[in-house]
Ligand binder design. Structure first.
Ligand SMILES: [Zn+2]
Length: 270
C-alpha cells in the first residue's frame, strides 16, 4: 500500500519511476485534483512533468485546488487548460515511446525562440498552471459566470498585469531621448510607425526589457500566453529568466494582493 509520504517522496526521487496510477494519486492528494485519468501516458515523462509542476505549486500555493481535472487529449490535439480547471495533456507527445522525440521537437522550438530559453517539454505543465493562476484571478474578481467567460476570453486580468509590467520597465532620460530622436521623422510625417521608431531608437538592453519576444515568440500570441510563458520562464529559470518575465510575475504578486472589488459569493452584499 502506498502511503501519502511515500508518494510524495517517490516523485522527488528521479531514480524511482512511479507508476501512472501512483502519479494520479499524488496529484489528488497533494494538489487537490478531483478527477484524473492519465491512462496511456509515459510514466517517466509524466513524473518529470509533475516534479516541475509540484515545484511551481509549492512556490505559488494559491494554485492548490485550481486544477480540478487532469486528463488526456485526443490524438494530435494540443495541451489545453480551461477556466474551470480542466487540464488536458497531449496524448501524442506524452505517449509511451514518443516523449524523447517530442522533447527534441520542443528543443528545436526553443532554438527558434518559439519557447523560452532554458525550458524543456517537462515545463509545459507549468505553462498550463500559469493559465490556472489567471483563471483564479478571473473567478475571484468577476461576480458571475457571464463576466468570467468574457474576462477569460479577452485575457482581461493577464492584460492588466502585462500592461503594468510594461509600464514599470525603467526607461532613463537618455533612452527616452534616443527613442524620440529616432521617432522624429515618423512624427514629422504623421506616420503610424512612431512607436516602432521610438522602440528602434532604444538601446538593445532596454529593448529586451520591454519586448514580449524576449520571453518567447509564443508569448506574443495574446496576454494570457504572455503570462503563462512568463510563469514558465520564471519557474524554470529563476533569476536567469527574461527581465520582462520577472516583471510580469512581480506585477502578478502586486495584483493578487489588491483587494477584490466585488464580492464573488452570492451574498446580499455582492
Ligand atoms: Zn497557453
Amino acid at each position: 500500500m502506498i502511503t501519502r509520504s511515500n508518494i510524495i517522496t517517490d516523485i522527488k526521487n528521479t531514480n524511482t519511476i512511479a507508476a501512472i496510477h501512483d502519479l494520479e494519486k499524488f496529484a489528488k492528494i497533494k494538489w487537490g485534483v478531483e478527477d484524473i485519468d492519465l491512462t496511456g501516458l509515459d510514466a517517466n515523462a509524466m513524473q518529470g512533468t509533475f516534479a516541475v509542476m509540484d515545484r511551481a505549486i509549492e512556490r505559488y500555493p494559491e494554485l492548490r485546488g485550481t486544477v480540478k481535472s487532469l486528463k488526456v487529449t485526443a490524438m494530435f490535439e494540443t495541451m489545453t487548460a480551461n477556466l474551470h480547471g480542466s487540464l488536458r495533456f497531449d496524448s501524442t507527445d506524452y505517449a509511451n515511446g514518443n516523449f524523447e522525440i517530442a522533447k527534441q521537437g520542443y528543443a528545436n522550438y526553443v532554438e527558434l525562440g518559439i519557447y523560452p530559453t532554458g525550458t524543456a517539454l517537462e515545463d509545459a505543465g507549468v505553462h498550463e498552471l500559469g493559465h490556472m493562476l489567471e483563471a483564479r484571478l478571473v473567478k475571484e474578481r468577476e461576480s458571475d459566470w457571464t463576466l468570467q467567460k468574457v474576462a477569460w476570453e479577452k485575457c482581461k486580468h493577464a492584460r492588466r498585469i502585462l500592461d503594468s509590467a510594461l509600464k514599470r520597465v525603467n526607461l532613463n532620460e537618455r533612452d527616452i531621448a534616443k527613442g524620440v530622436r529616432n521617432a522624429f521623422p515618423m512624427i514629422a510625417q504623421g506616420s503610424d510607425d512612431v512607436l516602432v521608431g521610438f522602440y528602434r531608437g532604444l538601446s538593445a538592453d532596454v529593448r529586451r526589457g520591454i519586448d514580449i519576444h524576449s520571453i518567447s515568440k509564443y508569448a506574443t500570441a495574446n496576454a494570457s500566453e504572455s503570462f503563462a510563458e512568463a510563469f514558465k520562464d520564471v519557474v524554470a529559470n529563476g533569476d536567469n529568466a527574461s527581465g520582462l518575465s520577472k516583471a510580469i510575475m512581480r506585477e502578478y504578486e502586486n495584483y493578487r494582493r489588491e483587494e477584490s472589488l466585488t464580492c464573488p459569493c452570492p451574498c446580499p452584499l455582492s
